[in-house]
Write a protein that binds this ligand. Structure first.
Ligand code: FES
Ligand code: FES
Length: 158
């Protein structure tokens, strides 16, 4: 083991994993550089854009602000890749496409994770619930109306 490295163990997308990390490594870098899970994007790197959103113990967080060294075996990290076979994510993806809520693809993974978290916590979210759920995710191209409609559409579809 390299100097100043420590080993963390945690659940990643449903399976227990371990990795060497430096004390300053973020969860974003851990996912991308050690596990090659590149759906999670780095936008601002300082908690402002939401491109790096993942689920930590079921709740959406900015992975650029989370230290990998803080992970423990009780922690469950879910990246977009871990939701790929989840029917709720499929529904959200379809409605994003149908509503034209995707353009650059850079913010989209984070938007999908946040939308998933909104719909997981409430089956029929109000406009305000959706706005609050996506408040940390910035999109510079679609405008937010299409994204809002996509989440609403996903909520109402069987
Ligand atoms: S990269 Fe994490 S919030 Fe922007
Ligand atoms: S679609 Fe990515 S910034 Fe808007």
């Amino acid at each position: 083991m390299k100097k100043n490295q420590l080993v963390v163990q945690f659940k990643l997308n449903g399976r227990m994993v371990s990795s060497e990390v430096s004390p300053t490594m973020t969860m974003l870098d851990l996912l991308r550089e050690k596990f090659f899970l590149t759906a999670t994007k780095e936008g601002c790197g300082k908690g402002e854009c939401g491109a790096c959103t993942i689920l930590l113990n079921g709740l959406p967080v900015n992975s650029c602000l989370q230290l990998a060294a803080a992970l423990s075996p009780e922690d469950e990290v879910t990246s977009l890749e871990g939701l790929v076979f989840d029917p709720l994510l499929k529904k959200i993806q379809n409605s994003f496409v149908q509503e034209g809520a995707v353009q650059c693809g850079f913010c989209t993974p984070g938007m999908l994770v946040s939308s998933y978290a909104v719909l997981k916590s409430k089956k029929n979210p109000s406009d305000q619930d959706i706005k609050e759920g996506l408040a940390g995710n910035i999109c510079r191209c679609t405008g937010y109306m299409k994204i809002m409609s996509a989440v609403k559409k996903a909520a109402t579809e069987e």
